[in-house]
Design a protein around this ligand. Structure first.
Ligand code: GLC
Length: 512
């Protein structure tokens, strides 16, 4: 395998990154404008959430033409130009591949609805639905009047699942992937990839019997082991990740085990307090047992901001953001950063349901309404968990619309943009942005120190991580706690030190 470890990958949610046309949506030109900023941060790859043609029912994860950039974002030429401009700055472009489903607007599905001999078999049809539930709530089957049958759609009804058992589907997808590789794309993030081997009649969804076979075929016909690939595989165990991450599979997988830690009984809409001993045990497994390249990820477009979920994004926002990047930034593997994380952007916490756009959020709202749960209670849940919390536009400046657009933003701006924005952060020495830069620089220059065995401990408030060359203490509580430490300070998130005390959300790293 080529050297695909110790990389920093920055996720861009194109719709919300930077608008240059004034239509309220971010675009590819906007990304090009900000490449210098990303180079300064120290990123090796940019991963763009889908920009292909799409009716945007699921913000681009519903693709209606895989070969065409959506005009909302620009043209295919703009995309190629982005690849070129990024390359000049030593940054590679990683594309988001949605291979499990298309949009119902895709020509394949439209033909399937006409019962076209070929394209009907591109999707999954049954006379009767079974009990499979959609990830967005309700049944995973929708009835088509035209066909007189139900089609499977594990997400929204406008996202019909592709029939991976059909070799023609697979070949068409490989052709498309190779088209983008030829254009210069050098990495792929594979959306819900573990679902491609599903066997719906047996109620098997994730990592079905043929999953590894399909993955190998996909790999061998497209990216091989040359490009950086990361599969979205919710809740994969260490064994499963290892099985799918090798020269015939992917470089790495998002398993999200730590993000799911506070989900009560596996339900993300029902949150409980973070249990540090569970976090230690997960980190221990991935750092010490996993033989692949771990994908370290704190935030993405599907998750609430981790500082809002785990720590204190109000009185201790700066300390909290620095604490998290110190801990996660000193883990081995590839570090994924989601836009805005590097300046400590927080959940948007919109009070009114009318300010939300995300299809999953709106489905949940309606589901809870039907259960007669009070509006206040529903909004408390949504304000904490909704995917729109992380999808709000990037906060560049303290001017109108946070410098994201000159028009009306497609999704409201977080009201804290005057306080939290890039312009302010890059100019302040002790900012979160500059702290991220230091951690990234340290990773690049000292990876052998990071890549050592780690011992994790906790007393419920303080988490300790000890590696061969350094020791980290992180206070996850808002109390002062006495500790004994010695050594030279490598990283700290307060300006000064208080001898043998760890203050609220304080993190200290000592070299040994
Ligand atoms: C993945 C994406 C998410 C999308 C879903 C369906 O989980 O990250 O945003 O809604 O797949 O494509």
């Amino acid at each position: 395998m080529r050297n695909l470890e110790n990389k920093v990958i920055y996720q861009i949610y194109p719709k919300s990154f930077k608008d240059t046309t004034g239509n309220g949506y971010g675009d590819i030109q906007g990304i090009i404008e900000k490449l210098d900023y990303l180079q300064d941060l120290g990123v090796d790859y940019i991963w763009l959430s889908p920009c292909c043609k799409s009716p945007q029912n699921d913000n681009g994860y519903d693709i209606s033409d895989y070969m065409q950039i959506d005009e909302l974002f620009g043209t295919n030429d703009d995309y190629e130009n982005l690849i070129k401009e990024a390359k000049k700055r030593n940054i590679k472009v990683m594309m988001d591949l949605v291979l499990n489903h298309t949009s119902s607007e895709h020509i394949w599905f439209k033909k399937a609805l006409e019962k076209d001999e070929k394209y009907y078999n591109y999707y999954i049809w049954r006379d009767k639905p079974n009990n499979i539930k959609s990830m967005f709530g309700g049944s995973a089957w929708s009835y088509s009047e035209e066909v007189g049958k139900y089609y499977l759609r594990l997400f929204d009804k406008t996202q019909p699942d592709l029939n991976w058992e059909n070799e023609e589907v697979r070949k068409d997808l490989y052709k498309m992937i190779n088209y983008w590789i030829n254009k210069g794309v050098e990495g792929f993030r594979l959306d819900v990839i573990d679902l491609i081997g599903k066997e719906p009649d047996k109620m098997i969804l994730g990592k079905g019997p043929k999953f590894y076979e399909y993955l190998k075929e996909l790999n061998n016909n497209t990216f091989k082991d040359k490009l950086l690939t990361v599969g979205e595989c919710w809740g994969s165990s260490i064994e499963e990740s290892y099985k799918m991450c090798n020269k015939d599979g992917l470089t790495q997988a998002f398993h999200f085990t730590y993000q799911c830690l506070t989900n009560k009984d596996g339900d993300k809409w029902n949150q409980t307090k973070l249990d540090l001993s569970k976090l230690c045990s997960i980190l221990d497994t991935w750092e010490n047992e996993y033989k692949g390249i771990e994908a370290i990820v704190m935030n993405n477009h599907d998750l609430p901001r981790l500082i809002s979920l785990w720590l204190n994004d109000k009185e201790y926002r700066k300390e909290s953001a620095k604490l998290l990047i110190t801990l996660f930034g000193l883990l081995k593997g590839n570090l994924y950063i989601y836009q805005g994380e590097e300046i400590g952007m927080t959940n948007a916490y919109f009070d009114n349901i009318d300010d939300y756009i995300d299809v999953e959020t709106l489905n949940k709202y309606n589901e809870l309404k039907e259960k007669n749960i009070s509006e206040d209670k529903i909004m408390d849940i949504i304000k904490l968990i909704s995917r729109d919390n992380a999808r709000v536009p990037m906060q560049w400046d303290n001017i109108e619309n946070a410098g994201f657009t000159k028009g009306k933003p497609w999704l409201k701006i977080n009201k804290n943009y005057k306080e939290i924005n890039v312009a302010k952060d890059i100019n302040s020495i002790d900012s979160i942005f500059n702290y991220y830069k230091n951690i990234i620089k340290y990773r690049k220059e000292n990876y052998s120190k990071i890549d050592s065995k780690a011992i994790f401990k906790t007393d419920g408030k303080i988490l300790t991580m000890e590696k061969d060359k350094f020791i980290l203490y992180a206070n996850f509580s808002d109390q002062n706690i006495n500790i004994n430490y010695k050594g030279n300070i490598l990283f700290k998130n307060y300006n000064n030190i208080k001898e043998n005390i760890l203050r609220a959300y304080e993190v200290l790293v000592f070299s040994k």
